[in-house]
Ligand binder design. Structure first.
Ligand code: HEM
Length: 171
């Protein structure tokens, strides 16, 4: 029997759309997520759409994100935002709240929560991130991350996102 992708176990495109809408609705409405909201631009419509495409592909669904945008370069895309342990935790709490209401399958929810936690931890861009090798790309201020797969993590075949995939220049 073919193993179902995480995307399917989460509930497919409908569930991902529900998850991202819930995530940003919570961020916009709930006071405990105000600090995370303040890091974002005033209008989130475009970011909502991008995160939906990204998560569908990341979990093993349609690869529309790559077709539209190429490699995610996720860490580099977040470099203009200060992400330390507190920002990581706030973001994770907001995502966990959304997962609780958007995904019924508890096992799939636990799996994606762990994948999110690993990726969000790797995204920290302040001093002291143990995933960093302590080097910088010349002139960019971007620290060289440990190799990480920020696209093909969550479809169950990769145990640890920090052990496969992106080269530093892609991340
Ligand atoms: C697993 C962790 C994360 C994932 C998968 C993720 C994914 C994404 C994606 C796909 C986008 C859209 C990028 C684009 O429009 O091209 C985005 C935007 C953004 N993310 Fe994250 N993110 C993560 C963690 C975080 C954390 C921890 C923070 C800060 C607390 C954060 C803050 C932002 C902000 C502020 C934007 C909007 C950037 C802009 O419009 O310039 N993200 N994220």
């Amino acid at each position: 029997m073919t193993e179902q992708t995480l995307f399917m176990r989460l509930g497919g495109a409908e569930a991902v759309v529900r998850l991202v809408d819930e995530f940003y609705n919570n961020m916009e409405q709930r006071p405990e997520f105000a600090a995370t909201r303040a890091l974002h631009a005033p209008y989130l419509a475009a970011t909502r759409d991008v995160l939906k495409l990204y998560l569908m592909e990341w979990t093993g669904g349609p690869a529309s994100y790559s077709s539209a945008k190429g490699h995610p370069r996720l860490r580099r895309r977040h470099m203009h935002i200060r992400i330390g342990a507190a920002e990581r935790d706030d973001w994770m709490n907001c995502m966990s709240a959304a997962l609780t209401s958007a995904v019924a399958n508890a096992e799939a929810r636990a799996e994606i929560t762990e994948n999110f936690a690993n990726l969000a931890d790797w995204m920290r861009n302040q001093a002291g991130n143990p995933h960093d090798a302590g080097q910088s790309f010349a002139g960019t201020g971007v620290h060289e991350p440990a190799p990480a797969d920020c696209m093909h993590v969550a479809n169950s075949t990769v145990e640890n996102p920090t052990k496969s995939g992106c080269t530093p220049s892609e991340a």
